[in-house]
Design a protein around this ligand. Structure first.
Ligand SMILES: Nc1ncnc2c1ncn2[C@@H]1O[C@H](COP(=O)(O)OP(=O)(O)OP(=O)(O)O)[C@@H](O)[C@H]1O
Length: 273
């Protein structure tokens, strides 16, 4: 029977965030080193200090490449990053531990239709090497945090798109990640589903998980983000507080239109924050 798990306590924003130091990545070095063009990342430096960071940028800006580096599915060609107690330059944390503490929510989450939500989460917990004694609690906590406490025994094939995307978030949380990477997770959801997903995400980031949300939807940025990083053509065009980005007074709601206008200005002028 499901009991209410002890959900980890919210933590101070000051413990959150990340540092990117001159990160470079060049796909051409792998396939066609002499090909003309630019590297996917041409020296990205940025700093964030909150747990709610939106990553914006036009197609090809380098967002997915940055995610691949932060999730360690590929290594940067140069530069380093520090996040969640780990420094890729070697000064802090272990790579093995860091890998266990990353959660990734893809744009389109897929899982076998015949599995229950709990089975999917148990499988991911096994992949992530969650200690056996912690698995049941972690699964229960992930289901509660994503509003899926009643869905543990539901089969994946019976879920709506919005609920399935909450399972995507739950599976990313099952190892209690300290870094959560989300790649346009609300694409295809209707407004009510998006609102519910973002509410869950807000709860997650208040639990102490540095959350980096790549999105093209300014409404999501307005609801979720405290800070914004904008990539353009493989470089950081802006990194800072959402309120400064949209030129809104701190503490005031930031309208989506102001975010959109600031974003366009930065992309068009190449302004550097
Ligand atoms: N596997 C690959 N092989 C070669 N070049 C690639 C590969 N993946 C991405 N690129 C190139 O690297 C650059 C950055 O791509 P990336 O996918 O990181 O950008 P993005 O901001 O995530 O774009 P999108 O919003 O379209 O997903 C682009 O010029 C892209 O063409």
């Amino acid at each position: 029977m499901l009991t209410t798990p002890a959900v980890s306590k919210p933590v101070d924003d000051a413990e959150q965030g990340f540092v990117l130091r001159d990160l470079t990545y060049d796909y051409r070095r792998l396939r066609a080193p002499r090909r003309r063009g630019r590297p996917a990342l041409g020296g990205v430096s940025a700093r964030a200090s909150s747990s709610a960071v939106a990553l914006l940028g036009p197609n090809g800006a380098g967002k997915s490449t940055l995610f691949r580096i932060l999730s360690t599915s590929t290594s940067a060609s140069g530069g380093s990053f520090a996040v969640a107690g780990y420094d890729s330059a070697g000064s802090a944390g272990s790579l093995a531990e860091y890998r266990r503490r990353i959660g990734v929510v893809p744009q389109r989450f897929r899982a076998p239709h015949g599995y229950t939500c709990r089975e999917v989460l148990a499988y991911v917990a096994w992949l992530r090497q969650v200690p056996r004694a912690a698995v049941a609690d972690n699964i229960a906590e992930a289901l509660v945090l994503t509003g899926l406490a009643e869905y543990g025994e539901r089969k994946i094939g019976t879920l709506s798109g919005g609920t399935l995307q909450r399972v995507a978030l739950a599976q990313a949380l099952v190892s209690r990640p300290r870094l959560l990477l989300l790649d346009e997770p609300t694409v295809g959801l209707d407004p009510a589903q998006r609102e519910s997903f973002l509410a869950n995400l807000g709860e997650v980031r208040r639990r102490g998980t540095t959350t980096l949300l790549a999105t093209h939807l300014v409404e999501d940025v307005a609801v979720f983000a405290h800070e914004v990083v904008v990539l353009n053509e493989g470089r950081c065009a802006y990194a800072g507080r959402l309120a400064s980005f949209a030129e809104t007074a701190d503490g005031q709601p930031v309208p989506g239109a102001a975010i959109s206008a600031a974003y366009q200005r930065i992309i068009e002028t190449g302004a550097d924050g």
